[in-house]
Design a protein around this ligand. Structure first.
Ligand code: GAP
Length: 465
């Protein structure tokens, strides 16, 4: 059973552009393939997703710290993490139309452009985006650097800094949110696969003796609850146990949480996030003391040992890591698709209503004067907007008739419209209209902030935390 309300991604692309969520990037120069700019409402929605995540993990739990590391790291980080050698897509060229594709995305051995089945040999293509540091010659190999393809490595190389400064004992986690970059061969599907995107990653450090398999299940459950709190329907999420041949080089187990991004297709699922058991691979790989099977240092360049001394067992070891890695942009797309709905009013007009979870709605309340040529009403509406602003995001709008103003706010997911009318001047009360039911309540202005806050809160926090 599907309860996705948006019939396809294109419906969201058009709403997103029409209403100021997401614009195609660099449009004045004809665009840049698969790059998108977030507009006034899109930036609020992204920020609200990130804040919800940060609040849930870093504030509401007691075992997770946050950091913000550099995007450009020492190149050796990417050598020892394995990305220089293995962060590849396998490419094939169609000999007939010269199209270039990812080998693993070819269906039935047919070229997606011309239908031919005449391919070159598959060859690796490293998808890390390169740059050069400093005023150096183009071909100086010492100047080569990468824009990070995952935020995770910035966490691993800071493991000891965080553990010692915050006096942490295992188990504990480090969370980071920020931009990552991949030179994707076939980006596309709106904000689902782009070359520049944002990740919300958390590395949870545990003992080698812990039950890692079960810990992956634990974090899968936690994220299912969090996605539920963002308004995603459980029917639109699906768990995929990633087989060994598809897993990253560092993973002994990965479960992907997939979302129904393509309800109109035979294969509707695409990855929303992954939860991986990364073993002790990364902390060992960046450590100066770790030896290989022949007794040789695996990392002669590192100046630190990222091992951990466990007081209760008096043992020193490299912690294992459970990593839930989510994308901001894919979460935003899933949230928009799930929130999309249509409703027909008494006049038979169909309206789009974006039933966003109130915590994610870009605007929480719109203050609308019923008569914009009446200075007392306008003055009162503007004063209400100013008084609400310190507690929640509110806007004042008088750019149309009330029906049009309601429709506009419904379409961008504003939970409450506050109407100021002639009666308001007499009784110091306003009408509060609910986005989803269109029901209206009369509320005293003096009670308004508390009334709205009560209905916006508590933030639906997963119960098991
Ligand atoms: N540190 C592990 C890691 O990066 P990943 O599965 O490659 O794992 C994690 O990426 C998440 O980042 C994905 O589930 C997805 O949400 C997001 N992501 C990855 N590549 C992306 C891209 N090209 N565009 C948008 N989001 C992307």
């Amino acid at each position: 059973m599907s309860s996705v309300a948006a019939p396809n991604i294109d419906t969201i692309v058009s709403l997103a552009k029409r209403r100021g969520f997401v614009f195609p990037s660099s449009e004045v120069y004809g665009g840049l393939g698969s790059a998108w700019d977030y507009g006034p409402l899109g930036v609020e929605l992204c920020n609200n997703v990130k804040q919800s995540w940060w609040r849930w993990l870093v504030y509401e739990r007691d075992d997770i710290e946050g950091i913000d590391s550099s995007i450009i790291l020492n190149r050796l980080v990417w050598k020892y993490s394995g990305h220089e050698a293995t962060f590849n897509d396998w490419l094939v060229d169609c000999r007939k139309c010269k199209g270039r594709f990812r080998a693993d995305k070819i269906i039935d051995n047919k070229c997606p452009s011309c239908g031919a089945s005449d391919w070159t040999e598959a060859r690796p293509f490293n998808t890390m985006l390169q740059t050069k540091l400093g005023a150096v010659a183009d071909d100086d190999p010492a100047a080569l650097a990468y824009l990070r393809p995952e935020t995770a490595q910035g966490i691993f190389i800071n493991f000891l800094n965080v553990q010692t400064t915050m006096r942490r004992k295992l188990p504990f986690g480090i969370a980071q949110v920020g931009k990552s970059f991949r030179n994707e061969v076939t980006p596309g599907n709106f904000i689902l696969r782009t070359r520049e995107f944002e990740q919300m990653e958390m590395e949870y450090f545990v003992s080698p003796a812990d039950e890692h398999w079960k810990l992956v299940d634990y974090w899968v459950e936690q994220y299912l609850e969090w996605f539920g709190s963002l308004g995603l329907d459980r029917d639109n999420l699906y768990l995929y146990e990633v087989p060994e041949e598809e897993r990253a080089h560092y993973s002994k187990r990965t479960v992907d949480i997939m979302y129904r991004y393509f309800p109109e297709r035979e294969k509707p699922w695409e990855e929303l996030m992954g939860i991986a058991w990364r073993t002790d691979f990364d902390l060992s790989a960046h450590s100066k003391n770790k030896l290989d099977a022949d007794g040789k240092r695996i990392n002669p360049d590192s100046t630190e040992d990222l091992s951990y001394f466990d007081e209760p067992t008096k043992q020193r070891f490299y912690p294992h890591v459970i990593e839930p890695a989510a994308g901001v942009n894919r979460t935003v797309l899933a949230v928009l698709m799930d929130a999309y709905s249509e409703k027909t009013n008494d006049k038979g007009e169909t309206r789009v209503i974006l039933k966003l979870s109130p915590q994610l709605a870009p605007i929480k309340a719109a203050i609308l004067p019923l008569a914009k040529n009446k200075p007392e009403i306008v003055g009162m509406a503007k004063a209400i907007k100013r008084s609400l602003q310190p507690v929640l995001r509110a806007v004042y709008d008088d750019t149309g008739g009330i029906g049009k103003l309601y429709a506009r706010q419904d379409e961008i997911g504003t939970p409450f419209c506050i109407t100021v009318d002639h009666q308001s001047l007499e009784d110091e009360a306003v009408t509060v209209r609910d986005r989803d039911t269109w029901e209206q309540d009369r509320i005293k202005v003096s009670d308004l902030a508390e009334h709205l806050q009560k209905r916006l809160k508590p933030y639906p926090v997963p119960e098991s935390i």
